[in-house]
Design a protein around this ligand. Structure first.
Ligand code: SF4
Ligand code: SF4
Length: 299
């Protein structure tokens, strides 16, 4: 099972070259008891989205950092090295780490790619268009017998039944950021290490993002209403969406989060203090990582 149609299909592609719109129909059904049950989970290549990670780490009762360390592998999403995460496989095999003899061990919180299968999603922005357009493809792999089941449905109904529409709504801005980064390409130069660190934090490490947004340094730079701050602390979906806004502000200069008038001076003072601490050998790793990111916020 793979969710990589956002990239170019491989040379021998299982993707049928038929583009489907939301109200177009296709024949497919997956059900318990089908002869190929879980075959698709035995050879995976699944790119994780931010909301996938929130759902999975909560399901497993661990922090986002622990999830990243134990359940993912990293890869570069583009030629610039934008960090991506894939769902890990069992040691020495290509089977999903969540696969159990009874089936998927995280079924109610499975990633968007698992929900989509056997559809693939492609987002594209046409030249000159301000918005991207989604289209869908049927992915036909030999082992999958679901295509022989006599069930025909629209893409819209399938997405709703699988609960993937919710995932897409929450991840939409993140996918836009990736598309925009790709389309700007090398013309804007290679992004800084700090912007990659912020991308990783905002995309995958929601518990780290919460710590970051509640830190004194963040408060010195950004002006957030107390009630909104409180909401961010309590609602992970709102925090994710705030992280996407933060990314757009840092990467593309889309200013939607108010900076304090004296933010620049405070940032410089904080950075000087950080350098002094470091030379005295007192800065710890967390402060070091956070300070690097604060420095990039107004770049
Ligand atoms: S029908 Fe396809 S998606 Fe369903 S279990 Fe079989 S291989 Fe997997
Ligand atoms: S998360 Fe579940 S559905 Fe998705 S590949 Fe793993 S075992 Fe299969």
């Amino acid at each position: 099972m793979s969710n990589l149609p956002d990239n170019a299909p491989p040379a021998v592609s299982p993707i049928l070259p038929v583009q489907l719109g939301l109200d177009e129909k296709f024949q497919f059904r997956c059900r318990k008891g089908i002869a190929c049950f879980n075959k698709c989970c035995e050879n995976i290549d699944i790119l994780l989205t931010p909301y996938d990670i929130v759902r999975l780490k909560n399901r497993l009762g661990i922090s986002s950092r622990e999830f990243i360390d134990s359940y993912t592998t990293d890869f570069a999403m583009d030629g610039q090295g934008t960090p991506g995460l894939k769902l890990a496989t069992k040691t020495g095999s290509a089977a999903c780490i969540n696969l159990t003899p009874e089936g998927c061990g995280v079924y109610e919180d499975r990633p968007a790619a698992c929900r989509y299968y056997a559809l693939g999603l492609v987002s594209m922005r046409k030249k000159g268009s301000p918005t991207d357009e989604d289209s869908y493809f049927v992915v036909k792999e030999e082992h999958c017998l679901g295509h022989k089941e006599p069930v025909v449905q629209t893409v819209r109904d399938y997405r709703r039944d699988q609960g993937v529409d919710v995932y897409d709504d929450i991840n939409r801005e993140w996918r836009q950021i990736i598309l925009k980064k790709r389309s700007s390409g090398p013309t804007v130069g290679r992004p800084s290490e700090r912007s990659f660190e912020l991308f990783f934090l905002a995309s995958y490490d929601i518990d780290g993002l919460r710590d970051f947004v509640t830190s004194a340094g963040f408060h010195e730079v950004f002006e957030l209403e107390p009630a909104f701050r409180q909401e961010l602390m309590q609602d992970e979906v709102q925090l994710l969406k705030f992280g996407f806004r933060l990314l757009k502000q840092v990467l593309f200069g889309e200013q939607t989060i108010s900076l304090r008038p004296d933010a620049a001076q405070k940032r410089s003072a904080r950075y000087r203090e950080h350098l002094a601490q470091r030379s005295a050998g007192r800065a710890d790793d967390l402060a070091d990582a956070q300070d690097k990111i604060y420095e990039s916020l107004g770049d």
